[in-house]
Design a binder for this molecule. Structure first.
Ligand code: ATP
Length: 417
């Protein structure tokens, strides 16, 4: 089953509005086992839309249009569908009643005359009620194919899609004859090129499995998508490749699917019954912000301090003035003393500390922008890592926070099932 989406609207074509409807529909279709083959966008030009609809119907079973269902002259979608499918538009009394109810409920007395243009749909089409707007969703059959027209505003499109359209597509046999499954595998501590080198041969694992690699600042994401005639077959295809990926990447994999580094670290600390405290310099609280983004983090997060000045490092964390003088604030020695200091101050199992130069100013030849030391101290273990991050101030802070959370994974040890 092949599908495509046509976004209708000058404002989408020129980029003033981002086509979130296409992203939403793409995600839903994937879950329904429907293959999406094209996204196109066209402005409010009837002739262009008619020719695009004809093209779409020549190559796809399901054609979605979004937008252009309003009452104004530039709302051309239904006119174009009527023209491409050679169907007249016919008036529907029940849609008119829905529009009247919509106006009544909002105490809007006079219904503008043009509004009733929206009570016209292609002959033989089925319509889906729009409870938050006036333009209904419309499904027009064309032989064995289907054209589905949805209103542009996402708050109108989404309920129509979920409540009316999905059951309809299932009933009509457009969905569910093919199972699609996805798995995200999340990696930290390796760059994209390195991950690619390790798993390169798995990219051509077969026609029913697609492997994608995506780089994010400080992290790499692998997405496995499989297709099968049954749910079991689709899951099995993923499991086979996933096993190989896990064997090769080992502990560089920190999580899967909806995990985040902070949620995984939270789980790790909870299971190991460990508490943590942070001392941050160049990240200015970003690490503790991330840790506390997780609900229930009070179980393991004891304290976070931002010790930006040398004085505060001495006063709050007990970093020695001698160490600061000898090695400078951005040094592995200071990072270790900061981690030990905050561990003691908070009476936590782990102390985590970062010190670095986020830039863009403040770098020197010996200590350039992006130089960061991260330390984690436990009862027995002390770990410190030196990094040289690239990017803007924000990116350096972000990458530092990711590397710091990753160090917590290392000091805690693996999370055995
Ligand atoms: P209505 O007349 O009920 O508002 P419509 O179908 O005529 O619906 P449009 O006039 O094309 O919709 O768009 C209305 C608004 O919907 C746009 O201004 C925009 O805010 C939003 N919108 C339209 N298309 C998209 C899209 N593809 N992705 C995200 N938002 C969209």
């Amino acid at each position: 089953m092949k599908a495509e989406i046509i976004g209708v609207g000058t404002e989408i074509l020129n980029g003033r509005i981002i086509n979130t409807n296409a992203a939403y529909i793409a995600d839903k279709l994937s879950g329904l086992g429907i293959d999406l083959t094209f996204h196109t966008t066209v402005d409010d030009n009837p002739a262009k839309l008619v020719s695009l609809l004809e093209k779409a119907l020549s190559r796809s079973d399901l054609v979605f249009t979004t937008g252009g269902l309003g009452p104004t002259v530039d709302d051309i979608t239904l006119y174009a569908i009527g023209s491409a499918l050679s169907r007249p538009l016919v008036f529907k009394e029940n849609i008119k009643k829905d529009i009247e109810t919509y106006f009544k409920k909002r105490s809007l007395k006079a219904i503008p005359e043009d509004t009733m243009r929206q009570a016209h749909i292609p002959k033989g089409a089925r319509w889906f009620r729009n409870k938050v707007g006036t333009a209904p969703g419309i499904a027009t059959e064309y032989g064995k194919k289907l054209v589905i027209s949805l209103p542009g505003p996402p708050r109108e499109l989404i309920p129509i899609f979920e409540k009316g359209l999905i059951p309809y597509l299932k009933r009509k046999g457009f969905a569910g004859n093919c199972w699609k499954k996805t798995r995200r595998i999340l990696i930290v501590g390796l760059i994209e090129a390195e991950v690619n080198r390790i798993i390169k041969d798995l990219f051509s694992s077969g026609p029913n499995i697609i492997l994608g690699i995506y780089a994010h600042p400080g992290e790499v994401e692998l997405v496995l998508t499989s297709k099968g005639n049954t749910e079991k077959a689709a899951l099995l295809a993923i499991a086979k490749i996933e096993k190989k990926i896990r064997q090769r990447l080992g502990n560089y994999i920190y999580g899967q699917d909806h995990d985040t580094l902070e949620s995984v670290v939270g789980r790790l600390l909870t299971r190991k019954k460990k508490t943590i405290a942070t001392a941050e310099s160049c990240t200015g609280g970003l690490i503790s912000n991330k840790i506390t983004d997780i609900s229930g983090s009070s179980r393991y997060f004891k304290m976070g301090v931002i010790t930006y000045s040398n004085k505060s490092k001495v006063k709050m964390l007990g970093v020695s003035e001698k160490t600061l003088k000898k090695y400078g604030a951005v040094s592995k020695e200071v990072a270790i003393e900061m981690a030990g200091g905050v561990r003691k101050l908070a009476n936590s199992n782990i102390g985590l500390a970062v010190t670095g130069i986020a830039g863009p100013s403040g770098g020197t030849k010996k200590k350039p922008v992006g130089l960061v030391f991260i330390a984690a101290c436990g009862a027995r273990k002390k770990l410190v890592r030196r990094h040289k991050f690239a990017g803007t101030r924000g990116e350096i802070k972000h990458r530092t926070s990711i590397a710091a959370l990753d160090l917590v994974r290392v000091i805690c040890g693996p999370l055995l099932p």
